[in-house]
Design a protein around this ligand. Structure first.
Ligand code: PHE
Ligand code: NA
Length: 429
């Protein structure tokens, strides 16, 4: 049995987790949810959930992973036995399903990076999206993206994931800041910031039933929670470090970048006169392409924007593939190369459905995000906070020191608020 892999450095782990967190969720899903759920009112609830629910829930996954040094299934089996092992399997299925359509959308972003440069969508953004988002074109770019994901994961934790994120994460941050600075100079920026940043409490009162589950789901999705990613990544930690401060850094970056993306996208959309609240997942591509077609130097801008999105999607997708791959390696003793090719190949096949018909994209997204992810997050939170709280606390205090009442506060934050919010979202969603 070869020795299990570990991160080479602390920064490597943090960058990998930030790379996982920052992805299509920040760029494609987040502004879309803000637009659909009434603007700043949603943003407010979302930010509350990230801090009050997301942070404690991330520590749940971290303690489980580092304590067991195992994939999610193995981790839950070791600490909870046969029944809880099933929760680990929910994680594996969720990650697998999400990656299959995530890759299709990521494929579009690669396509759009090139299309921006050649001006392919300028004449008719809607017709262009219709032509490339499904069918052979979509399959081809989905395949290309999966090849990249498989390539990184096949190289392993240190020479694959850790090396890749050292380049990708700084690039995402630099490009994002550059784009936000540019967006600030646009005509529509004022109206955009207004929509984005001043919460209308009437909207909140009227629509909380849809805002709450959407905000909770988004908080989990964006932080890569409820899928076993953070269990898997923390299982590669060799040393006992302060998990709470690592978690805070990761959450800080993800939130900052989601927020920044709103500052980029809404000015683009408002300047081009596009309604941010309308339509489905494709609208963002259509309306953004329409915006780039209008804006000065739009083709360069478009290429930089979509290129950034593609990089962010890649650093997230590798974490999604790593979950089932680590499961297969740990539990079945398969070597990394075989596991990666096998699982990656299956993800590609499942992704054919959303690549050939967008109905499946919506269906998968709904099923995985509104149900599976929340369910997995709920069950693992119940497990850690109610069934094994002492072990979890013991793990959390390593690298921090005596936790005292802070530890108790964490356990209770998971026991009641996290569990209630997730249970409610499952019920309302
Ligand atoms: N957090 C990623 C995003 O915001 C999505 C993701 C979810 C990635 C779960 C990995 C695991 O896009
Ligand atoms: Na995210």
């Amino acid at each position: 049995m070869p020795q299990r892999e570990t991160w080479a450095t602390r920064t490597g782990f943090i960058l990998a987790a930030v790379g996982s967190a920052v992805g299509l969720g920040n760029i494609w899903r987040f502004p879309f949810a803000v637009g659909q759920e009434g603007g700043a009112a949603f943003l407010l609830v979302y930010l509350l959930f990230v801090v009050l629910i997301g942070f404690p829930a991330m520590l749940v996954e971290f303690t489980l992973g580092r304590r067991t040094q195992k994939n999610p299934v193995g981790a839950l089996a070791q600490m909870g036995g046969r029944t809880w092992k099933l929760v680990g399997l929910v994680f594996v299925v969720t990650g697998f399903t999400i990656l299959s359509y995530y890759s299709v959308i990521a494929g579009w972003t690669i396509r759009y990076t090139f299309a921006s440069l050649t001006g392919a969508y300028t004449a008719d953004p809607e017709a262009y999206f219709g032509a490339v988002s499904v069918g052979f074109d979509a399959v081809a770019f989905h395949a290309l993206f999966m090849v990249l994901v498989i390539g990184v994961i096949a190289l392993g934790v240190r020479s694959g994931i850790e090396l890749a994120v050292k380049f990708m994460v700084p690039a995402i941050i630099a490009l994002g800041i550059g784009l936000a600075a540019y967006a600030f100079t646009l005509d529509g920026a004022g109206a955009a910031y207004q929509f984005y940043l001043s919460p209308d409490l009437d909207v909140l009162a009227a629509e909380w039933q849809s805002i709450l589950p959407a905000a909770a789901g988004q908080a989990f999705f964006t932080l890569s929670l409820g899928m076993g990613v953070m269990i898997t990544y923390s299982s590669y930690l060799a040393e006992d470090r302060n998990l709470a401060s690592d978690g805070a850094i990761i959450i800080g970056f993800d939130t900052a970048i989601a927020f920044l993306m709103g500052l980029i996208l809404f000015p683009f959309l408002f300047t081009a006169g596009v309604d941010p609240g309308e339509g489905g997942p494709g609208t963002l591509f259509i309306s953004l392409a329409a915006a780039f077609a209008e804006l000065p130097a739009g083709n360069i801008l478009g290429a930089v924007f979509f290129g950034t999105v593609a990089i962010a999607a890649l650093s997230s997708a590798i974490s999604l593939l790593e979950v089932p791959v680590s499961y297969v390696i740990d539990e079945f003793g398969v070597d990394r190369m075989t596991a990666t090719l096998g699982v990656g190949g299956l993800v590609f096949v499942l992704g054919l459905a959303p690549a050939l018909d967008l109905i499946f994209l919506d269906l998968f997204d709904l099923f995985a995000d509104a149900i599976l992810l929340v369910l997995g997050g709920l069950l693992v939170s119940i497990f850690v906070s109610w069934i094994v709280p002492d072990e979890a606390l013991d793990e959390l205090q390593k690298g921090i020191g005596e936790l005292g009442s802070i530890g108790t506060a964490w356990v209770w934050a998971v026991r009641i608020p996290v569990v209630l919010v997730l249970a409610f979202s499952l019920y309302l969603g």
